[in-house]
Design a protein around this ligand. Structure first.
Ligand code: BTN
Length: 263
């Protein structure tokens, strides 16, 4: 059973004098297998568009990109938010980077300066602080994107599993300010609501790439991009106008839209 449950109205301008009024329900649970999986199941069963945000103190089966698991012990902030889509959005993959920007700007509002590591992570002092998993789902109420965000907040360095301790960090481990959980979640979701519904970011990615590039972790780094049948090495020059990763290779600039980045 959820421990806290409340709704809040969110008014987003749609070009004066029109507003889209949506009611987001925030559900706070002690444990979830995966808040993304839980929210997707709910959308698959719902006759109406779902605007829920589900968070859990612990995930027993937290999921990351490419079928990987996501370390989700007590001390993190884990949540998933549903974003009903119209079907006219022309750059759905940009949702993940938009979520990264929303989370980065929300953390900055608490005095925490992070970087965006294309395509779905936030880095803090050179280590992973946050991962984002975006999944599309359709149900009787329409198509929605589920954006899941996991932020390492209170975990102690000495509690990190040995295989992760050189690559991940938490706010507590870096002696950073610790935002209040509900406020942080609402701050991220409301920024993303504004991007998607008020500013139409999924049809206007170029408008945001300046803000993403200011925080881009990979710029000027030499990386290898590994995809299913291929790998490509080069130096990252930034994020392109559609949200792709720009890689300077020996054969010119390549626009990377998917793959795993190896530094
Ligand atoms: C990644 O690092 O590859 C993405 C991790 C995404 C983790 C979040 S935590 C909340 C939501 N529920 C999940 O199972 N995954 C996402």
């Amino acid at each position: 059973m959820p421990s806290v449950f409340f709704s809040s109205l969110c008014r987003v301008p749609q070009g004066a004098p029109f507003y889209l009024v949506m009611e987001r329900t925030f559900i706070f649970e002690k444990t979830s297998v995966s808040t993304n999986t839980e929210l997707k199941d709910k959308i698959r069963r719902s006759q109406r568009p779902v605007w829920d945000v589900i968070s859990a103190d612990v995930q027993t089966g937290g999921r990351g990109r490419q079928g990987k698991s996501f370390y989700s012990p007590a001390g993190g902030v884990y949540f998933s938010a549903a974003f009903p889509l119209k079907g006219t959005e022309d750059n759905i993959p940009f949702l993940t980077l938009s979520a990264g920007l929303a989370a980065a700007e929300a953390l900055e509002a608490f005095g925490i300066g992070v970087q965006i590591k294309w395509p779905n992570d936030l880095y803090f002092h050179g280590k992973k602080l946050c991962g984002i998993l975006t999944e599309l789902v359709s149900g009787p109420g329409g198509v929605a994107a589920v954006v899941g965000v996991g932020i390492n907040v209170n975990m102690k360095k000495e509690d990190f599993p040995p295989e992760l301790k050189d690559t991940i960090t938490s706010l507590a481990a870096e002696n950073a300010p610790i935002p209040e959980k509900e406020t942080l979640i609402k701050e991220i979701v409301s920024r993303l609501d504004t991007f998607i519904y008020a500013e139409n970011a999924l049809c206007a990615a170029a408008h945001y790439t300046g803000r993403i590039n200011e925080r881009a972790y990979l710029t000027d780094k030499r990386v290898k991009i590994v995809s299913e049948n291929d790998s490509l090495t080069g130096t990252v020059t930034g994020i392109g106008p559609d949200g792709s990763l720009l890689l300077q290779t020996e054969n010119g600039i390549r626009e990377i839209r998917s793959g795993t980045v190896v530094i």
